[in-house]
Write a protein that binds this ligand. Structure first.
Ligand SMILES: N[C@@H](CCC(=O)N[C@@H](CS)C(=O)NCC(=O)O)C(=O)O
Length: 283
């Protein structure tokens, strides 16, 4: 076990993808940490005390030796800089840039994407069952106008929301790029060893798999399927994602994914046709 780790506190919410990234990284480094659960369904992310740590009102946040670090990608890099072995960041500058490409992919579409798809599959039904007053509190608390628009659109239109189309396209781009990258190298995204590139992608691929939707994107992507099979045996993946999840959460994902699967497959086919048309037009 690494030294000086008792001072890490992770503010998290059970099944949140960004928290999963951080847990995988901490497990891989043999770190110990305390956990504070921030229940997103009870709006605990908007409690004034938490907003002082994380002004966006999102999880995760870590506090290490009294210092606050927000943003899961930055947290993972901070942990690697602070606890360098075993390393998840390659030494070579070009390889580091390639690694950061994957975190950019996540921050530039995939994260919004997983939120929209998960919301349509699971949380929309939960919100439909809540009272108008509870919904009003939820909507009112979202400070960022873009997030608010996404949230309201997916609540109203589900899989037919334009934001879900964008989500499907973001996954199409990311998994297409993964297939290409792994076909040229592998078995990990940067070659022989796991890195933060893989850690970044794991929760996003896992979520589609647990929703029972991954095959919609991977039917023609054998290298992504092989990567996913390998990832599922990696101890830090199991510790960071699988073990903390309850059977109830797995079941909620299975049932939610099944609810939207046929409609989502239709929208995926439409989105794919648009992407293909553009590729053909470019020649
Ligand atoms: N870019 C941020 C995104 C954080 C984020 O969106 N977290 C989600 C959970 S995965 C959240 O806290 N959502 C709060 C909400 O839905 O109100 C990061 O990587 O840390």
């Amino acid at each position: 076990m690494n030294n000086d780790t008792a001072k890490i506190t992770l503010y998290q919410f059970g099944n949140s993808v960004c928290c999963q990234k951080v847990r995988i990284t901490m497990d891989h480094k043999g770190l110990g940490w305390d956990t504070v659960e921030i229940n997103l369904f009870r709006n605990e992310q908007y409690a004034p005390e938490y907003l002082k740590l994380n002004p966006k009102g999102v999880v995760p946040t870590i506090v290490h030796s009294g210092q606050v670090v927000c943003e899961s990608t930055l947290i993972c890099e901070y942990l690697d800089d602070t606890f360098p072995t075993p390393s998840l960041i390659p030494a070579d500058p070009l390889a580091r840039t390639h690694m950061r490409f994957w975190s950019k992919l996540v921050d530039e579409g995939l994260h919004e994407g997983v939120t929209e798809i998960s919301f349509s599959a699971m949380f929309r039904a939960r919100m439909q069952a809540s009272t108008p007053e509870q919904r009003e509190v939820r909507f009112r608390n979202i400070g960022d106008p873009r997030r608010r628009d996404r949230f309201m659109s997916s609540f109203e239109h589900g899989v037919r929301s334009p934001f879900v189309r964008h989500a499907i396209a973001a996954y199409e781009r990311a998994l297409g790029h993964m297939e290409h990258t792994l076909a040229e190298g592998g078995p990990w995204l940067l070659g022989d060893a796991p890195s933060l590139a893989d850690v970044n992608m794991m929760p996003y691929v896992a979520r589609l798999a647990y929703l029972g939707l991954l095959d919609i994107w991977t039917a023609e992507r054998p290298h992504v399927r092989a990567w996913w099979a390998m990832v599922q045996t990696w101890p830090s993946f199991l510790a960071g994602i699988v073990q903390p999840m309850s059977e109830h959460e797995f079941e909620e994902m299975r049932a939610g994914g099944a609810r939207i699967r046929s409609e989502l497959a239709e929208v995926h086919a439409e989105v794919r046709a648009v992407i293909r048309e553009a590729e053909l037009a470019r020649g």
